[in-house]
Design a binder for this molecule. Structure first.
Ligand SMILES: NC(=O)c1ccc[n+]([C@@H]2O[C@H](COP(=O)([O-])OP(=O)(O)OC[C@H]3O[C@@H](n4cnc5c(N)ncnc54)[C@H](OP(=O)(O)O)[C@@H]3O)[C@@H](O)[C@H]2O)c1
Length: 304
């Protein structure tokens, strides 16, 4: 088996090719060809002696519920969901895990007895990877999230608040998403010190000031995915005492934020660690047993 596997189309779900081992798990997104999840999950399946293969399937926006129906009929056991389908997936499952409901997105589906169970593993994966990278707990940190209004940002901010974080600064380019997030958060966490920086606030001087009161900076925007992306932070804004967590990763290179962090002497980690740990939590939902983390890590490292 090629652990990377080619990618398949939505139409192919109607009559899925017979593979060896059989395709039983998939990641859906649009685009999807860049996904490194097969290189992480296929070695894990082999290591655990599970007769199943993990594949990538490109699914267009608006077709997630239909794709889930086709996966169920094709005998799949589980699905990972990536950009831009995590909100659509929330509406398309039969049973929603309470954490996924709170985090507002589904990135993992388990199919059991013909029913679709929706989970979010980005939040728990974030906590595990934070601990592994920095040996810290989010409850002890003042946290600033860039891109707090996106799917990943929302999951991380809700998970941080649930885990006891008391100081959150949320930054987003567009303002309306942050206003409604704040309205949701305030009654749930009355002791949370919440600062919102929106739209015009996202300028160098404001960000520099906010970083003076920050321990952990998380980039949950998509900035850094493309070579041509503007930097998420002004040059020189990172201090050596900061912990920098970039949810973005780049195969074969570092993101601009990780470069800035390294130059400032700050400790940092990129989105590979989140990819690994959220994948391990997905594996646990599908197979109800611990994931072979080091096998998955080696698979990812080989892929990049
Ligand atoms: N490593 C992992 O396992 C993992 C897991 C989840 C996500 N991620 C990464 O996290 C990133 C965000 O994913 P997502 O699912 O949250 O996407 P999303 O829902 O589309 O949200 C994108 C976020 O980025 C912001 N943004 C986009 N372009 C921007 C720009 N030019 N300037 C400022 N802000 C900008 C958006 O702001 P507006 O609200 O103003 O549009 C929004 O807050 C992606 O790069 C994804 O690959 C990684």
């Amino acid at each position: 088996m090629d652990v990377a596997s080619p990618f398949y189309t939505f139409d192919q779900l109607l009559d899925f090719p017979v593979l060896t081992p059989p395709a039983r798990l998939a990641v859906i997104g649009d685009p999807i060809s860049h996904s490194k999840s097969p290189q992480m999950h296929n070695p894990a399946l082999m290591d655990r002696g599970i007769d199943a293969q993990y594949v990538r399937v490109q699914v267009p926006v608006g077709s997630v519920a239909e794709a889930f129906r086709r996966f169920r009929e094709a005998g799949f056991l589980g699905i990972n969901v990536t950009i831009p389908h995590k909100f659509e997936a929330l509406e398309a499952v039969d049973e929603l895990d309470p954490l996924a409901e709170r985090l507002g997105a589904v990135n993992t589906v388990a199919i059991r007895d013909g029913r679709l169970f929706g989970y979010n593993t980005d939040g728990p994966g974030f906590l595990r990877s934070l601990k592994e990278a920095f040996q810290v707990e989010v409850k002890d940190l003042r946290v600033l999230i860039l891109g707090a209004g996106g799917g990943a940002g929302k999951a991380v901010l809700q998970q941080s608040a649930m885990a006891g974080c008391r100081h959150l600064t949320l930054v987003n380019r567009s303002s309306e998403k942050l206003q409604s997030l704040a309205a949701d958060l305030r009654p749930l966490y009355p002791d949370l010190e919440l600062t919102l920086l929106m739209g015009e606030d996202w300028k160098d001087s404001t960000i520099r000031t906010a970083l003076m009161e920050t321990d952990l900076l998380i980039n949950a925007t998509s900035l850094g995915m493309k070579e041509t992306d503007a930097p998420a932070l002004p040059e020189g804004a990172i201090l050596s005492r900061h912990l920098i967590y970039d949810m973005v990763y780049r195969a074969g290179g570092e993101t601009p934020l990780i470069r800035q962090a390294r130059e400032a002497g700050a400790r940092c980690t990129d989105g590979m660690s989140l990819l690994l740990h959220q994948g391990a939590v997905s594996f646990e939902h599908w197979f109800n047993r611990p994931a072979p983390l080091e096998v998955m890590r080696a698979g990812l490292q080989a892929a990049v």
